[in-house]
Design a protein around this ligand. Structure first.
Ligand SMILES: Cc1cc2nc3c(=O)[nH]c(=O)nc-3n(C[C@H](O)[C@H](O)[C@H](O)COP(=O)(O)OP(=O)(O)OC[C@H]3O[C@@H](n4cnc5c(N)ncnc54)[C@H](O)[C@@H]3O)c2cc1C
Length: 337
């Protein structure tokens, strides 16, 4: 009998759908992606991500499995895009908050303590303000927008069909061997425990401050992360709000983000605000992602704040389920065993 490649339809061209497509194509499937937006990123939470590939830092609040699986993401993205920068993450705290560094260090691993001299060598512009920190040298960051565009271009070259402006009902997809639901938060119609966790970000431009790597500024109430985007652009974000609102940013959040950015370096007071973004991250109650069957549909969802960090592992898990008939782990901990 002639061997026939499986035809798979993926709903959603966010980071979950695109990474799944990459893993399915690598195993010989014919893949089609249906996306309601008019282009990549148009209606995706993935468009707003910081792009930190910081598994060890995430250990501060995430499960150990997130730390382990997240380590695979750096090489995965390097194989699919040229936007990964492996310059480590610098975690800092202002004088009055230095006790936060100790708490952070107690919950994480794979870092070194850095002093003023070391900070000056890593980030000369921050040397005057910070004298103690933690350096996670093996971490990286990417430009999420470039990453998903480049990945979609690679997929097109490999024969993946993209159908934009195509908002589909999950049970109405025909002419395919398998439907994979990667609709992010929109999958609440069938995944009842999925919820949104609002995140807000600013894109700022500064010619006065130069920062080369991902920075986390610890603060008891308002921690901040900053991710360079090149050419004087920086993404700053922080907020984690139990709220599904996807469009409105509050004045309070803007004040807090700008206040923390100014605390990181007063030179940012002259920065231009280029963009304000907001979306809700899809999350399950335990904040870890899942692959599972819902009737005949394979669902990949719940990436929470780890879309770029965990989607490569979740896509590989999904491909193992489809092509090897692997048992679906109850939790990502089990996937590691
Ligand atoms: C401010 C902020 C900062 C973040 N920072 C980071 C970070 O630094 N690192 C990190 O790893 N993660 C980060 N995240 C989290 C990350 O963005 C999410 O985990 C990730 O985007 C979720 O991806 P997804 O593919 O599941 O969902 P989405 O990106 O939302 O993709 C779902 C896609 O499905 C499409 N769709 C929905 N319904 C339909 C339908 N019926 N028919 C057709 N198409 C449909 C949507 O249009 C969308 O394109 C951040 C998130 C936010 C908001």
């Amino acid at each position: 009998m002639e061997w026939k490649a499986m035809h798979i339809t993926i709903i959603g061209a966010g980071v979950a759908g695109l990474t799944c497509a990459a893993e399915f194509v690598a195993r010989g499937a014919n893949v089609r992606i249906l996306e309601r937006g008019s282009k990549i990123g148009d209606k995706a939470c993935s468009w707003w991500a910081g792009g930190m590939l910081a598994p060890w830092c995430e250990g501060e609040s995430a499960e150990p499995a997130v730390v382990k699986l997240g380590q695979r993401a750096i090489d995965w993205w390097k194989n699919h895009t040229d936007t990964v920068i492996s310059s480590g993450t610098l975690v800092l705290a202002l004088g009055r908050d230095v006790s936060e560094l100790k708490t952070f260090a107690n919950k994480t691993e794979n870092y070194e303590h850095v002093n003023a001299e070391h900070i000056a060598a890593l980030e000369p512009d921050l040397a005057d303000h910070f004298h103690k920190g933690l350096f996670f040298k093996d971490e990286a960051f990417l430009n999420p927008r470039k990453a998903i565009i480049q990945l979609s271009q690679e997929l097109e070259r490999l024969g993946v069909e993209f159908v934009f402006n195509s908002e589909v009902k999950i049970n109405h997809v025909k002419g395919t061997d398998l439907v994979v639901d990667c609709r992010g938060l929109e999958a609440r119609d069938i995944l009842k425990t999925l919820r949104g966790v609002k995140g807000e970000m600013l894109l700022i431009h500064s010619n006065d401050v130069k920062i080369n790597r991902s920075i986390r500024l610890l603060h008891p109430r308002i921690p901040l992360y900053l991710v360079p985007r090149g050419d004087g652009l920086y993404m700053v974000g922080a907020t984690m709000i139990e709220n599904e609102e996807r469009e409105r940013i509050s004045a309070r959040s803007v004040f807090e983000l700008l206040g923390s950015t100014f605390a990181l370096h007063p030179g940012f007071s002259e920065a231009e605000i280029v963009e304000i973004g907001v979306d809700a991250r899809p999350a399950f109650p335990d904040n870890t992602p899942r692959v599972y069957w819902k009737d005949q549909v394979l669902c990949v969802n719940g990436l929470y704040r780890h879309g770029f960090l965990l989607s490569p592992s979740m896509a590989q898990m999904a491909a193992n389920v489809v092509f090897e008939g692997s048992h679906i782990p109850e939790s990502i901990d089990e996937y590691l065993r």
